[in-house]
Design a protein around this ligand. Structure first.
Ligand SMILES: [Zn+2]
Length: 139
């Protein structure tokens, strides 16, 4: 089962950045700067969308999901397919997913959304049967 938590949407930032590009306050080269690693990730791990690139309008954007998490080890910071992420959400402790949209033609890229998945971190002190007697120590 997959249930996204702590969802953060970056549509507002995206819109204001695009407005700045159209107004000439930000150069296209500054926002269309996807590096080869991101373009490669888009090719192999990306998911096609039906949203046209807002900059060049020549092709549809690809969404790439990057996973981050202390417990993920070397997997942290890598791009994963939707299937892999669904599988991870059932087996891994909490991790964060950052979804980035990429245009493989003009190299426009922007963060779309971030969310948390996986098993919530276990609360500490679940082992002992008795709660610690901290209150008496404070009083
Ligand atoms: Zn484009």
């Amino acid at each position: 089962m997959r249930s996204e938590r702590q969802i953060v949407d970056y549509a507002l930032q995206r819109r204001s950045l695009l407005a700045a590009v159209r107004a000439g306050r930000v150069r296209v080269a500054q926002v269309c700067d996807a590096d080869p690693y991101l373009l490669r990730a888009a090719k192999f791990h990306g998911r096609a969308t039906d949203v046209a690139c807002p900059v060049c309008r020549k092709e549809q954007l690809t969404h790439v999901s990057w996973v981050f998490g202390e417990k993920l080890g070397s997997v942290s910071g890598s791009a994963r397919t939707p299937d892999e992420i669904t599988r991870m959400s059932g087996t891994e402790e909490e991790f964060t997913v950052h979804v980035v949209e990429v245009c493989r033609t003009c190299r426009w890229n922007h963060l779309v959304q971030s969310y948390a998945l996986g098993r919530p971190p276990q609360p500490k002190r679940t082992r002992g049967s008795r709660p610690p007697d901290r209150r008496t120590a404070i009083e």
